[in-house]
Design a protein around this ligand. Structure first.
Ligand SMILES: [Ca+2]
Length: 431
């Protein structure tokens, strides 16, 4: 959970925003070796046998200076010298982390490609197996935090493939590199301080603190500040150990997190619905909420043709416009958004949890002939919409609520179906 820069979705990690999958290889040959007061010795596995390229050597003194100044800032925030000494032992500037940070602007999967993987037969089967294997502790977690075990397991399944891909990057090294690098340096320095507080608390040891290149840790990929605020010790040994092979603390921490943000037990994240012929697509907006009864009066009903049970106010979500599935989404949808705001991720967690519970697959078909827009195309669409008088309030290549509203306004002006779907055909029309 946590940061919100764009990222390439991948088969392993399945987080459409940030956090690409882990590659265990760390390109040791590309690492640069630097000396530091904080780091008396290099870890042998990271020692570099050959001279490093000039460009990377040139960045080392800067990293060195940065660490020295960081030490003062960390001390001022209560981090002890002994904690810093242990944490930075062997830590090096890691160009691989920077390469990943630079290469993560693209999310080129369509919603259906994403869901094909998020709720694949394998992931559903493995989720059911994980549920069986850990049923007692999951029942206990559900009883304590009031979050259904299938939802906790689904988050686990998407974040780390049920613990299989927890990330092998050294968290201190990754965060120090990103904080030094400066692109969102303040954010990563805050995470680094939080990581050092975790170490100082004794929850884990420096070299056991591993995770994604961007600082997400453990079975359910908490970033350090989220860990400090929400992680729990479920095993009762006094340590909040989300890195251990035993997933108890990590799964309980996820349940605690969802509960903290308002999870309502017994309610769905969303329900697939059918829309009536002639439905006014302008109604399918997060800004518009109605009770399921009110939606039913407009002809919006479940896939059996019945009124959706009254789980409270709901919006209609069309992740692929008028040509794909429609969902009635409830409060719990916005709770899952606290993990990751991408619609694809939230639907992925929700649908996977439904399938693990034995629920049906999504019934509607998707516009599978469409391809995802590239980052450049998304920016072009935003530029063209804005130029045409439908401001997207920024050109960032991310299709968020403001861009969807601009698409809708453009569709309205053209007499098109106002489904807000930023498709390739819409871009072609704008050209
Ligand atoms: Ca524990």
């Amino acid at each position: 959970m946590g940061t919100s820069v764009g990222a390439a979705g991948t088969a392993q990690s399945l987080r459409p925003v940030l956090r690409p999958a882990e590659q265990p290889t760390q390109a040791a040959g590309q690492m640069t070796v630097v000396a530091s007061a904080l780091r008396p010795k290099l870890r042998p596995e990271n020692a570099v046998p050959t001279p490093t390229p000039v460009t990377q050597v040139a960045s080392n003194p800067g990293f060195e200076r940065w660490i020295n100044s960081f030490e003062g800032r960390a001390r001022a925030q209560g981090i002890r010298a002994s904690t810093l000494q242990a944490a930075f032992r062997g830590v090096q500037y890691d160009p691989d982390v920077i390469r990943r940070d630079r290469n993560q602007s693209e999310f080129t999967k369509t919603i259906w490609e994403y869901l094909d993987s998020a709720a694949s037969d394998t992931r559903i089967r493995n989720g059911k197996a994980a549920l069986r294997k850990h049923r007692r502790k999951l029942d206990a977690i559900e009883a304590r935090f009031g979050v259904e075990k299938e939802v906790v397991v689904a988050v686990w399944g998407l974040e780390s493939a049920y613990g299989e891909y927890r990330g092998k990057n050294d968290i201190i090294q990754s965060l120090a590199t990103l904080a030094y690098d400066g692109r969102r340096g303040a954010f990563f320095e805050e995470q680094l301080i939080a990581a050092l507080k975790i170490l100082q608390n004794g929850d884990t040891s420096p070299r056991n603190m591993t995770g994604s290149w961007a600082g997400a840790m453990g079975h359910t990929q908490f970033i350090p500040t989220s860990y400090l605020a929400y992680a729990v010790d479920f095993t009762g040994d006094g340590r909040r150990d989300i890195w251990s092979d035993d997933p108890s603390d990590a799964l309980a921490s996820t349940a605690a997190y969802l509960k903290r943000f308002g999870w309502v037990k017994g309610q769905p994240w969303g329900v697939e619905v059918q829309l009536p012929r002639g439905f006014n697509y302008a109604q399918a907006s997060r800004k518009i909420t109605k009770t399921p009864g009110q939606w039913a009066r407009l002809g919006v009903v479940d896939m059996s043709g019945r009124t959706v049970p009254n789980y409270g106010k709901a919006s209609i979500l069309l992740p692929a416009g008028g040509q794909g599935a429609a969902f009635m989404i409830f409060k719990n949808f916005s709770v899952i958004e606290r993990y990751n705001t991408a619609d694809a991720y939230v639907i992925g967690v929700g649908h996977l949890s439904d399938r693990i519970k034995g629920g049906p697959s999504i019934k509607a078909s998707w516009p599978r002939g469409d391809r995802a827009l590239t980052f450049a195309e998304r920016k072009e669409m935003q530029q063209r919409l804005t130029r045409a008088g439908f401001s997207t309030q920024g050109i960032d290549g991310r299709i968020g609520p403001k861009t969807i509203e601009a698409v809708r306004a453009y569709q309205r002006s053209q007499g098109l179906v106002q489904d807000g779907y930023a498709s390739l055909s819409l871009l072609k029309r704008l050209r």
